[in-house]
Design a protein around this ligand. Structure first.
Ligand SMILES: [Zn+2]
Length: 91
């Protein structure tokens, strides 16, 4: 049914990438491991560096998180800011 179709569209990640990782920049040594940079939940990884004066934070999964909620992933991918409301006005 529908489920089979969407499964087929997914990259076959589990078949060939097990021990070898494309992204070596993860610094996560937490147990349980934090969400990876590919995860939709990537922002819940722990902070390893926080520079509010420069407006960025580095997460242990290698994601660079900017104060405008934009993100730079370890593979160079840029996530546009996704601010939820007018919270930024409270400076
Ligand atoms: Zn971690």
């Amino acid at each position: 049914m529908n489920e089979a179709t969407s499964r087929r569209a997914e990259p076959t990640r589990t078949t060939h990438v097990t021990t070898e990782r494309k992204i070596p920049s993860t610094m996560c040594q937490h147990q349980p491991p934090c969400p990876t940079a590919e995860s939709a939940d990537r922002e819940s990884a722990r902070l390893v560096a926080h520079h509010p004066e420069q407006g960025w934070s580095l997460l242990c999964n290698g994601v660079l998180l900017f104060e405008d909620t934009g993100e730079l992933l370890p593979d160079g991918q840029i996530i546009a800011p996704h601010r939820g409301g007018a919270r930024l006005m409270a400076v």
